[in-house]
Ligand binder design. Structure first.
Ligand SMILES: NC(=O)C1=CN([C@@H]2O[C@H](COP(=O)(O)OP(=O)(O)OC[C@H]3O[C@@H](n4cnc5c(N)ncnc54)[C@H](O)[C@@H]3O)[C@@H](O)[C@H]2O)C=CC1
Ligand SMILES: N[C@@H](CC=O)C(=O)O
Ligand code: NA
Length: 436
């Protein structure tokens, strides 16, 4: 070693699927540039895989089916976890941290519930735990929130953070594609989770909301704190109705600091499909692209946009973290610790002010509109627009409200379903991205 050279930094990669294979490819292809950026060569010590017999684009001598042994090896400095799931990676990451390895992971499902436990282990061992790839794939959003905005007060982080559902909704909207066909395509392209229920039922977006809210509001928010609704009930008819209102439908993750009349601060973290006006920047985020809008007291509004899913984009974020962790091994220093000092409580969904779009089949007779409107006004919900479509057995009423507590809105919908003059409530969606 010359005076300025440093010993190689040993890396263990766990999992060689969509993301892991791309991480290994970039590590091998860009070795010289990465060495120059880190100040030491990055050497892959081993790659843990589930199937040793499968052909891979790397030396077979690197492969192992014993990740537990790999993460403890003395020549491993950094462990990159890309297996997914919870129990297996939780044990492996804990072991890696306890053995003094820094960890990089893309595993939002794990982090949403166990950041506290893992961050404590990392702090005790004085190593890094980085997870930029866990939210919005390639888009830098964790580091801007944790570092660039560390001196500001974040009020809101909201956007589209699941590529699979955005890919599905965009295709259904643009081409009238069938839901199941597009979901299968999202799996083939490497966007969907191993179990795509996590995507379509909003679990993945909720995990990401928990991570974002924890960081933005210096509190510990877990997946169970996030109100969650998925997109599996969204139909082509919903998208067509949205279009008549000059809107589209997006699965949004919204994390907000809300202040009640007593000045008490709470966190709202929620995921649901919502109508978004076509004029809103999120409406034109299509395919597997994601976008996150951050509102901070002094910075104002910031928007982050890019590829939110897929092997190579996600690997880009993993490599960014890997270089940071490797630089810290070479030059000293550590990434930011978990910050939960504010410990803000979670506000129930019913307390959050939202706007509703309600589409219902009604009896075509005098007085129906007044009866329907009465249910809204009985709960102090102000109606913004009402439209009647069709006649006789095809008569439909479409009501869009102003903002009101979500509990009042959902109680109104329950009451509407009980009315004789309302034959069925065919669709209820929230409306976001408007000021009123
Ligand atoms: N695919 C994407 O666009 C993104 C994925 N992520 C996250 O990255 C992680 C990996 O995702 P993908 O690569 O898409 O998943 P994947 O399912 O394609 O890859 C996981 C790999 O781990 C292997 N594996 C399973 N058990 C193992 C074990 N015990 N030891 C070693 N290998 C094992 C599987 O055989 C598979 O090849 C997940 O946590 C996912 O949520 C995060 C952002 C984007
Ligand atoms: N399944 C996820 C992958 C990235 O986090 C998604 O579709 O966004
Ligand atoms: Na990211």
């Amino acid at each position: 070693m010359t005076e300025h050279s440093h010993r190689p930094i040993g890396v263990a990669v766990l999992g060689m699927g969509n993301v892991g294979a791309e991480v290994v490819r970039i590590l091998l292809q860009n070795a010289d540039d990465l060495q120059a950026r880190v100040g030491a060569p990055i050497e892959i010590r081993g790659i843990a895989v589930a199937d040793l017999g499968k052909a891979r684009a790397c030396a077979t001598s690197l492969l192992t089916d014993d990740p537990a042994a790999l993460v403890k090896r003395p020549d491993v400095d950094i462990v990159v976890e890309l297996i997914g799931g919870i129990d297996v990676p939780r044990t492996l990451i804990a072991s890696a941290l306890e053995h003094g390895k820094s960890v990089v992971t893309a595993n939002k499902a794990l982090l949403a519930d166990y950041t506290g436990e893992l961050a404590t282990l990392a702090a005790d061992a004085k190593v890094d735990l980085y997870f930029e790839a866990s939210v919005a794939g390639a888009i830098p959003v964790i580091r801007p929130l944790m570092q660039s905005l560390a001196g500001d007060t974040v009020q809101r982080v909201a956007g589209i953070v699941n590529g699979t559902t955005n890919f599905i909704l965009s295709a259904m909207d643009a081409d009238g594609e069938d839901y199941d066909v597009v979901l299968a395509e999202a799996g083939r392209l490497g966007y969907a989770e191993a179990d795509p229920t996590a995507d379509v039922e909003g679990y993945d977006a909720a995990a990401k909301a928990a991570i974002l809210a924890s960081i933005a509001f210096h509190s510990r928010v877990t997946a169970g704190d996030v109100h969650r609704e998925g997109i599996s009930s969204i139909t082509a008819a919903d998208l067509a109705s949205a279009a008549t209102l000059d809107c589209t439908i997006k699965l949004l993750s919204i994390c907000e600091r809300i202040v009640d009349s007593a000045g008490r601060q709470r966190i709202s973290a929620r995921v649901y499909p919502a109508l978004v006006p076509l004029t809103h920047p999120l409406a034109s985020v299509n395919g597997a692209f994601n976008a996150v809008v951050v509102e901070a007291e002094n910075a104002g509004r910031l928007m982050f946009y890019g590829q939110g899913a897929g092997g190579a984009p996600t690997a880009s974020a993993v490599l960014g973290d890997l270089v940071m962790a490797a630089r810290n091994k070479v030059h000293g220093g550590r990434g930011p610790l978990e910050s939960t000092y504010a410990s803000l409580p979670i506000a129930p969904m019913g307390d959050v002010n939202t706007r509703y779009y309600v589409s219902m089949k009604v009896a075509d007779r005098p007085g129906v509109l007044a009866t329907v409107a009465g249910e809204f006004s009985a709960r102090n919900v102000s109606i913004a627009t009402v439209r009647q479509e069709g006649a006789e057995e095809n008569a439909r009423l479409i009501v869009v409200t102003h903002r009101a507590p979500d509990s009042a809105l959902s109680e109104t919908v329950d009451a509407l379903t009980e009315l004789d003059s309302v034959l069925s409530v065919s669709s209820v969606l929230r409306l976001e991205g408007t000021d009123d």
